[in-house]
Design a protein around this ligand. Structure first.
Ligand code: ZN
Length: 378
């Protein structure tokens, strides 16, 4: 009964909010949103790194997000911080297309994609019971579309990685999505889709997934099970969702607490031999920051500095061997999550693309991002 009341309340909220929603209203977008909305090429920074982002990554849960740990503004906060920090201008971001049905079908079954038309099904994937009460069209346009654009972003970042060495997607890393089902706030298997697309285009053959999100990437492990060309390596918290875990090619399930030193000793023990034996052309770093000590969903004890050093270590080990790196954001649920991820990405851009941040260069752009674009004249 309570659930029914919540659904009715949610539906009413949608009907009230729909006419005023800024997400699809071009006249209500901020200058920053306008600059990162339509798909376009960006700038490869010093010929060595490309950063992919779209304002369309922002999921619009119509207020329902308050009941979930995920910060739906995380991606935008990271993007705007990179601009404010002088790493790049809004026009430098590569802005992706929304992944279309043909792209999604490289990994997902037609039955699963059809199931996503039902709000009740999506509600389970997103762990948001109230979503079940929303019209299917609203769920698709306000929620699923954001995941499809982010999936397109992972494909674009992977493609750029193969061109310049380092491709960074400020979203993505939905590693719990399976070929035939979604779970754990993951709908589309963006990394497997990107890998399959690049393989199909003849851009890559051998790939290594380095999944450092605190949760095990059960979806990715299942998709690539038995695939000799794609190796899945995961360091995760053993006594944490998902239960049961899937079988990666190499799993290091650790028990909390795990501090920086303990984590790095495992990573340093496993990663270099893997790179040398599997010889991937592309290394995918799922750089989840839910290993942070204050993450509300996990129990690891890493510091922000430790996570920055962790990501730098992975990229350094790959780049010194001439391997391309795709970085995807993955999880992180503390209030500090976006700041840690911003710090890590900034560090990667400095160390591996020679980007010298210039606060003065882009400060006006950051200020402009906070202003609303005036509505177009009728
Ligand atoms: Zn996670």
């Amino acid at each position: 009964m309570a659930s029914r009341r919540r659904r009715v309340k949610s539906l009413a909220a949608v009907l009230v909010l729909m006419p005023f929603c800024a997400v699809s209203c071009s006249g209500c977008r901020t200058a920053f949103e306008s600059a990162t909305w339509d798909a376009r090429a960006g700038r490869v920074l010093n010929g060595q790194a490309a950063v992919v982002y779209s304002s369309r990554y922002e999921i619009d849960l119509l207020g329902l997000e308050k009941s979930h740990s995920f910060d739906i503004h995380k991606y935008r906060r990271m993007a705007q911080a990179l601009v404010a920090g002088g790493y790049l201008a809004p026009s430098d971001f590569f802005v992706p297309e929304e992944a279309d049905e043909a792209l999604l079908r490289l990994v997902h079954t037609p039955e699963y994609l059809a199931n996503l038309r039902r709000s009740s099904y999506v509600a389970r994937c997103l762990e948001q019971k109230a979503v079940a009460g929303l019209p299917g069209g609203v769920v698709d346009s306000r929620m699923l579309r954001a995941f499809r654009v982010t999936t397109g972003g992972t494909v674009l970042a992977a493609r750029q990685a193969m061109r310049c060495g380092l491709g960074i997607n400020l979203g993505g890393g939905y590693h719990h999505a399976h070929a035939d089902r979604g779970e754990g706030f993951c709908v589309y298997a963006d990394v497997p889709i990107a890998v399959r697309r690049l393989q199909r285009d003849g851009l890559v053959r051998r790939v290594l997934l380095v999944d450092l999100d605190v949760h095990q990437g059960n979806g990715n492990a299942a998709v690539f099970a038995g695939d000799a060309e794609v190796f899945t390596f995961s360091i995760h918290q053993e006594n944490l969702y998902p239960h049961p875990k899937a079988e990666s090619d190499l799993d290091r399930g650790l028990w909390p607490p795990v501090d920086d030193a303990a984590y790095m000793s495992v990573l340093a023990e496993e990663l270099p031999p893997l790179l040398d034996s599997h010889r991937p052309e592309l290394v995918v770093l799922l750089g989840g920051v839910d290993t942070y000590r204050d993450d509300p969903l996990a129990g690891f004890g890493m510091t922000a500095e430790g996570i920055v050093a962790r990501d730098e270590y992975v990229v350094d080990q790959a780049r010194r061997r001439g391997m391309a790196v795709l970085y995807v954001a993955s999880g992180g649920y503390s209030e500090q999550a976006w700041r840690i991820q911003y710090a890590s990405i900034g560090n990667l851009l400095r160390k591996f693309a020679g980007v010298e941040p210039s606060a003065s260069r882009d400060a006006p752009s950051a200020k402009a991002a906070a202003r609303k674009t005036p509505p177009a004249q009728p």
